[in-house]
Design a protein around this ligand. Sequence first.
Ligand code: S3P
Length: 444
Amino acid sequence: MNRTLSRAGAPLTGDVAVPGDKSISHRAALLALLADGPCRADGWLDCADTRSSLEAVRALGAMAELTGDILTIAPPSARPDTPLTIDCGNSGTTARLLMGLLAGWLPAGGPAVTLTGDASLRGRPMTRVVAPLRAMGADLRWDDGEGRLPVTVRGAALRGVAHDLPVASAQVKSALLLAGLAASGATLVRGAAGSRDHTELLLRGLGVEVDETTGGTAVTGPRSLPAFRLTVPGDPSSAAFFQVAAAIVPGSEVLVRGQSLNPTRTGALRVLARAGAEVAEVRAALTARGEPAGDVRLRSGALRAFAIEAHEVPSLVDEIPALAVLATQCRGRTVIRGAAELRVKESDRLQLLARNLRAMGAVVDEEPDGLVIEGPCALRGGAPGHPLVLMTGGDHRIAMAMAVAALVADGESALDDDACVAVSFPGYFDVMQRLLDAGSGSRP
Ligand code: S3P
């Protein structure tokens, strides 16, 4: 659906509890398959992406129930005995983690499981997972064409291998560690420094020895997992849209409650602080399974340009769309480098950001691995009744980022697709509206 957006008439104020972290919610659903008893996740994120993981574990025989934000999963008592096709929808995390998990979990000689997805997911690179899994003995085959879904997985005996990843991907690292639980000997993953460590924290919390002393991350198998219970903190990638909105709309002050403060996920907060927003962690606590969480207060401030280099990208990889919008309001030249991965996310995010922000009047250079943005810039939409249509490419994070840009643009803007936000944050527009209404005093 097409959604028209207009300039914020007032600062954003108030507090918000963003929905549960998407990465941890995926892992809670998928790892329950390996557990030896019923598992529970409180604060579980219900969105299209995590539904893909939920439906996958159901298809594989788990009994899963979602009541509000409480997910309970009883793992299957037996492995599948008929071939299956699992549609991972738009979710790269579902597809990639499942490849690693299924490679050693399915019985050797048993039925095949085919993983596929929507057009976006079928266009995303999968060799980065398939090739290292094959080196462990995994039986993974391309159904249509090399490098892309669909992929068919059959059970096989796996052996531990030392991997050197060409991209610092938490999805690939996690797939290999999950395969490593079923493999004989040690599985070592190097080259994923700085990427999110939720799989490692969860495994450690379940008594698995995760060794980080040998220049990477290693697990030794084969081993099973006990039943678990965990609480999912708020998603910092969802919080980032409100935090950037508060930074760029003068006079704003937003409190995000209970967001993940895992240092592998807080790169955007560090950038916001460097850019001149006032960022304060007002309470920090450790949720079950070692995930740090807390409240974050953010106030607008005088904004200056910032630089993001390759080593920092994993800690804010999903926040770059929002941070590119921030850059348009900062004084000076912002340089974002080492972010070529954005070209193979749910869309080519560098291209869509450059195109949309330029259409709004921003000065943006699109580089092969990043963006250069000159600010500050007065963004503009279209004339009343003739909104400037921003192209989302069906990508949830582009849609949410461009909705933030529209808050500081003159005139009317519109998204060509607002439904795609349901991939990670179904209530996004309502929450944003609530912060805007609170600021304009229309609600107490
Ligand atoms: C994710 C890791 C990131 C991120 C994605 C979720 C995860 O991808 O972009 O949204 O849950 O592990 P990469 O690890 O491939 O960079």
